[in-house]
Design a protein around this ligand. Structure first.
Ligand code: 3HC
Ligand code: NAI
Length: 727
């Protein structure tokens, strides 16, 4: 459909027909604001006004959209329209409030509540015509129409919770009135988008249309015409109490729901506030419920969690952009993927491609390793609750195994995921250089090695790049794409594009040991290891980080990964704490004994006095005095070196922008999104304070990781911010 598909200057099409309809004549068309226009048409004798929104990219409710909607309603009624249709141009219905306006600064205009009142209280039927996504404030606008007509492909949701908010335009009171309380609870605490089919089932939608935007327009017009000729009721959602009344006084319903989301929403304020609003919808009259919604919305909006989550929304979208790369950069067409190594990472990487329908060739060094790898892939698919048995077979059929790298000859991209060994990787890239077709991308999943050194053994370093997936690779959203000095723009652009296509959140980084994520992680680890020798316990360090919002601390993480990764009994000399732990049979969760002991049934972790004894004796042997360490010191010594290292990474140009570091840590390492990421968090603590502490620890403790970053010191002095810094 053409971009101006809705303008319908002289005639329009009706549902089921591509031909212009002589019964639908456009009488008038006027621009109301820069993004909204009003069209009046006569359809089979009924005067229908169309308020058409065109505010790319997602028709967000910017000030001029709200003003246009308000003026449109006023003028339509004043002009004698017998029905009003609200519809959008472009790829979607209104996808929500304009988040970029939340910080203030937009010109004064009609408020969203004014727009909603104008629609809901209109003396004529108002029909929302929905395609794409009706999200947040967009769905709340649609809920103030008397009827909703939607394309079968549309999606509906109140995702405010993901911005640390709740729907602040009556959505908390209106949605449960249509869907019932349980569904509203689920939708609003997860932000999940539901399909038109599901929306129809739960009463959110009145009529479904197959086809395109033109078909939607035509159906909405004929619905409006019917509403006029059949004198249909002005169905106001606010008046429909039957579905909320059944939950009135049902304390258990809400208590059980709270229990069911407690683990997933730990630390977040917004899910609980959303629940409270729905509780108000069940127990209070509409207007009083609205007042509860308004109060809680304002509280969230003014708080640090929503500020962090709104910042993060834009950070994630910015991360996808690489300076110098744009839509004109040629992409390698990826129709077939090769993966070398069917171990922990290779198997997961292969699944990502198969999940989006891209055939994968997976190569192992021998049949036994291949069979083992393919069996693990099958098991992972079969365990997944989101794939049907048919989908499992379809996806497995896309993954074919081989033991000869010649199978990569027709692949458009090959991702190497063999052991972390530079010599091995170099020998493999020499072979890939011979086997892969010209133009194919040759990527390494190395987690810390020098991508330039790997690229140097090939005749085409421009086609080599790092693609650092995280474990489990089929689950974790983060993909650190590592640009080598010679990676071409096309290679970079393709790595970002294919990452997005397989559902990853991509961050482009430069070459250095550990890249962005692991390099920062190493600094935290140094201090965590130091502190347990000085008197903190592993459980204390883990608890402080867990309370901060991480899913687990470094010692629980080590137990999960296995303490014996890279450890060999024959080389163990009791020189390190890890040696001592492994020598005493502590391998982590896998054998029930690591920094903690694990209940064989429940896998619950309990601190172990034997571990504390091992640590204490080791500290004594090294002449380290033990003392009480406060939780505040634990937090500072874990997090400040991360901030300092992040600043060094920016200084060196390894990360493009401060916010990219935050995207890396939120998605790859469980940094709580309601704290924005290490750079956003550091800004909120205050850079001057952090610099002072870093200097203090540098003097008292020493170590390269405590040497203050010059950039950090400069920004602190100038009142600058890490989160907005661009290198
Ligand atoms: N406000 C401002 N900008 C927005 C926006 C919004 N609500 N939603 C998307 N954008 C911008 C993005 O920043 C991006 O800009 P860029 O191209 O400059 O980077 C552009 O629109 C396209 O966005 P995506 O890259 O995310 O496009 P997709 O096609 O992948 O996804 C979408 C489209 C599903 C609509 C997704 O953008 C989205 O989920 N948007 C947010 C929806 C949302 O949270 N709505 C609720 C807002 S809060 C609210 O309504 C409060 C109310 O209750 C009072
Ligand atoms: P793994 O040991 O589970 O798997 C490696 C696989 O490569 C094995 O199945 C092995 O048989 C195969 N292999 C070795 N040499 C081969 C050769 N010459 N030809 C074909 N296959 C060969 O290792 P894992 O954990 O999957 O790591 C792979 C790479 O991914 C490493 O570079 C690692 O640093 C990186 N990585 C690992 C992460 C993790 O958490 N495990 C996270 C991110 C990256």
């Amino acid at each position: 459909m053409a971009p101006d598909a809705l303008s319908g200057l002289s005639s329009t099409t009706c549902a089921g027909s591509d031909d212009p309809c002589v019964n639908c004549l456009t009488v008038d068309m006027a621009a109301l604001t820069e993004s909204v226009r009003l069209e009046t048409i006569t359809s089979n004798g009924a005067d229908v006004a169309l308020i058409i929104i065109d505010n790319p990219p997602v028709n967000a409710l910017s000030w001029h959209v709200r003003q246009g909607l308000f003026d449109g309603m006023t003028q339509a009624i004043a002009g004698g329209a017998e029905a009003v249709v609200v519809i959008c141009e472009g790829r979607t219905f209104i996808a929500g409030a304009d988040i970029s306006e939340f910080g203030g600064g937009a010109p004064a205009a009609a408020g969203l509540h004014d727009v909603q009142r104008a629609m809901e209280d209109a003396p004529v039927p108002v029909i929302a015509a929905i395609h794409g996504t009706a999200l947040g404030g967009g769905l709340e606008v649609a809920l103030c129409a008397h009827y909703r007509v939607a394309l079968a492909s549309a999606k509906f949701g109140l995702p405010e919770v993901n911005l640390g908010l709740l729907p602040g335009a009556g959505g908390t009171q209106r949605l449960p009135r249509l869907t019932g309380v349980p569904k509203a609870l689920e939708m609003m605490t997860t932000g999940r988008h539901i399909s038109t089919g599901e929306a129809l089932e739960c009463g959110l939608v009145d009529e479904v249309v197959d086809g395109d935007l033109g078909a939607l327009r035509a159906t909405a017009i004929s619905f409006a015409e019917r509403a006029v000729t059949e004198n249909m009721a002005l169905a106001r959602v606010r008046d429909r109490n039957e579905k909320v009344e059944v939950a009135k006084g049902d304390i258990e319903l809400f208590a059980n729901f709270r229990k069911s989301i407690a683990r997933k929403t730990r630390g977040f304020l917004a899910p609980e506030y959303n629940v409270r609003c729905i509780e108000a919808a069940a127990n209070l009259p509409f207007e009083e419920g609205l007042a509860v919604e308004r109060k809680l919305f304002m509280e969230l909006m003014a708080g640090p969690q929503s500020a962090a989550q709104r910042y993060y929304f834009f950070a994630e979208r910015a991360a996808n952009k690489v300076p110098g790369i744009d839509q004109t950069t040629p992409l390698v067409d990826i129709e077939k993927c090769g993966v070398l190594g069917a171990g922990t990472m290779g198997g997961g990487i292969a699944m990502n491609f198969a999940n989006v329908g891209i055939p994968v060739r997976i190569v192992e060094r021998d049949q036994e390793a291949l069979d083992k790898g393919l069996a693990v892939i099958r098991k992972n698919y079969e365990r997944s609750r989101s794939t049907t048995p048919e989908q499992v077979e379809q996806r497995l059929a896309l993954i074919t195994g081989a033991t000869d790298k010649a199978a990569f000859a027709d692949c458009d991209i090959v991702i190497e995921a063999v052991f972390e060994d530079m010599e091995l990787k170099k020998s493999i890239f020499r072979e890939l250089d011979i086997i892969c077709k010209q133009g194919a991308i040759m990527a390494s999943n190395t987690s810390a090695l020098d991508v330039n050194e790997i690229a140097s053994v090939t005749s085409r370093p421009e086609s080599v790049i790092g693609m650092h997936f995280f474990s489990p690779a089929n689950v974790m959203k983060l993909l650190e794409n590592v640009r080598g000095d010679k990676s071409s723009d096309s290679t970079v652009a393709t790595a970002m594009a294919i990452g997005k296509r397989i559902g990853k959140i991509c961050v482009m980084v430069g070459v250095c040991p550990g890249f962005v994520g692991n390099r920062i992680l190493f600094q935290r680890r140094i201090e965590a290891d130091r502190m347990i020798l000085e008197g903190a316990t592993p459980a204390q360090v883990d608890r402080v980080l867990f309370d901060f919002g991480f899913p687990m601390g470094p010692f629980a993480m080590s137990d999960l990964a296995g303490l014996d990764i890279g450890w060999k009994a024959e080389n163990s000399s009791g020189e390190t704490l890890r040696d001592l732990m492994c020598e005493s049979g502590r391998r982590g969760q896998k054998n029930g004994r690591g920094y903690y002991t694990y209940d064989p049934e429940t896998r619950a972790a309990t601190p172990d006095s034997e571990v504390e004894e091992i640590i204490k004796n080791f500290a004594i042997s090294k002449g380290i005095a033990q003392r009480d360490i406060s939780d505040q010191e634990v937090l500072e010594r874990c997090l400040y070196p991360m901030v300092n290292e992040g600043a060094k990474i920016l200084e060196e140009g390894i990360a493009i922008r401060g916010s990219d570091i935050d995207v890396t840590w939120v998605n790859g390492y469980g940094w709580p999104v309601y704290r924005g990421g290490p750079m956003h968090w550091a800004d909120s603590v205050g850079l001057a304070e952090i610099v002072e502490k870093v200097k203090g620890y540098s003097e008292s403790l020493g170590g390269r990781h405590w040497e203050p970053s010059a950039l950090l010191a400069r920004l602190a002095e100038e009142g600058g911010k890490l989160q907005t810094y661009t290198s």
